[in-house]
Design a protein around this ligand. Structure first.
Ligand code: ATP
Ligand code: MG
Length: 401
């Protein structure tokens, strides 16, 4: 008999065994489940004695029961404590005495918790409402409302929590966030002013000095009576002098391109683009109109620095072969799009703790009340879209003397 046939002959016996085993197993499981269910349904004696009213009485959240006319029929001690009054005072009072009515025609309990009128709690069922303490003081509350039918009438249960402390902390956080943003913007401005100052000093003082030294050297070399050795020395000096002048120009331009102060944003971006292409061998197209980029110093500097950081990122991280810089002005807004065809930015890249480039970009845009979106592009690559309102930034400052 082939192994296959032997197996086929054995199958019915095995099936009987499996079925009877499964049957026994299932019966055992069912009995255990029944025992567990009974154990759950039959609580120990002391648990059975717990009174629902005591739970509500001792709850730390304020609990109110109100009728269909929004009259309080029950309040727990936590509610009385929250509104700085007594349970007796609350009972029989209108809910309007303790919760600010959203409108003049607020009558029904649900009107105090209008749909879409400020769900603000941790749960989807929480509403943000304003409480009124007995002394008239207003305070923020988070609450939920539900209803049950009793003797043909609806009774509403309202659970409330005083969130004054949380609001204070949130306000403090928001204030400190604002201050940090102002500080960051002030630091950027100071840094930019210092860069401008140093670049100007380098160019005007040191640059002039080197230029006049070069002229003196040229005059010296015109003297035909100099020995050959001195002539060679002068050649070397001139070559060093030229290197020094080139370095100085590069350092000054890196600090602050003169084009930004003398020509305007368009020419500064052209210089940036040319240097990027030459240094990294990545094609880069600048699509912009010079006339549309005549902006004041704050906007020009911010946009220049944003594009500069974007290009630095492309050179360092993108593995791109081409970049498009598009600056377009319409309806009082400057729309800037920077696209590359590289590996594409990942969402986790934007959360890197030690990375400050993208944060700096965002801060600069927000300081100008603009918006910025950074995303992986389709087809692969990274895309940065910026919209900045520029109506107030359109005048050109007088060129630096
Ligand atoms: N064009 C891009 N293509 C692909 N990845 C990018 C691109 N731009 C940024 N990234 C990713 O986003 C990260 C964050 O960029 P960010 O400019 O904030 O920091 P960084 O360049 O790493 O450091 P730095 O603080 O010196 O700018 C980068 O580390 C990189 O992984
Ligand atoms: Mg960077």
């Amino acid at each position: 008999m082939t192994p296959q046939r032997r197996q086929r002959c054995r199958t019915p016996g095995t099936a009987v065994l499996v079925v009877s085993f499964l049957g026994g197993y299932c019966a055992g499981q069912a009995a255990a489940a029944l025992r567990r269910a009974r154990a759950v349904r039959r609580p120990p004696a002391e648990v059975r004695r717990v009174d629902g009213r005591r739970i509500v009485h001792s709850a730390s959240d304020a609990i109110l029961s109100i009728d269909e006319e929004a009259v309080i029929v029950f309040a727990n001690p936590a509610a009385a404590h929250m509104f700085a009054t007594s349970v007796a005072n609350m009972r029989g009072s209108s809910l309007a005495r303790f919760i600010q009515a959203p409108g003049r025609d607020t009558k029904l309990p649900l009107d105090y918790f209008p749909a879409g009128g400020g769900r603000a709690g941790r749960r989807a069922t929480d509403y943000a409402v304003t409480g009124i303490r007995a002394n008239g003081q207003l305070f923020p509350i988070e609450g939920s409302i539900s209803s049950i039918e009793q003797d043909g009438r609806l009774i509403y249960t309202v659970i409330l929590r005083d969130v004054s402390e949380r609001h204070l902390v949130q306000q403090k956080l928001a204030r400190s966030h604002d201050q940090l943003r102002q500080l960051s913007s002030a630091l950027q401005t100071i840094r930019e002013e210092e860069r401008t100052h140093i670049a100007r000093e380098l160019h005007d003082d040191l640059g002039q000095l080197l230029a006049s030294l070069r002229m003196d050297l040229t005059l010296l070399r015109q003297n035909n009576h100099l020995p050959d050795a001195s002539g060679r020395l002068l050649d070397g000096m001139e070559s060093n002098l030229l290197t020094a002048i080139t370095s100085l120009r590069r350092i000054a331009t890196n600090l602050r391109p003169r084009a930004l102060d003398e020509g305007g944003l368009y020419f500064a971006l052209q210089g940036l683009r040319d240097e990027f292409v030459e240094r990294h061998g990545i094609a880069c197209v600048l699509l912009a109109e010079e006339a549309e980029l005549r902006l004041d110093d704050a906007a020009s500097t911010a946009i220049f620095r944003i594009v500069q950081e974007a290009l630095t990122n492309i050179a360092r991280h993108a593995e791109a072969t081409s970049v498009v810089l598009n600056l377009d002005r319409s309806d009082g807004e400057l729309l800037v799009t920077i696209r590359d065809d590289g590996r594409g930015i990942r969402s986790e890249d934007m959360e890197k703790v030690a990375s400050l480039g993208l944060i700096g970009m965002r801060e600069r845009v927000w300081a100008l009340h603009g918006e910025i979106a950074i995303s992986a592009d389709e087809p692969p690559g990274t895309r940065i879209d910026i919209a900045i309102p520029v109506s107030d930034h359109s005048h050109v400052e007088a060129p630096a003397s």
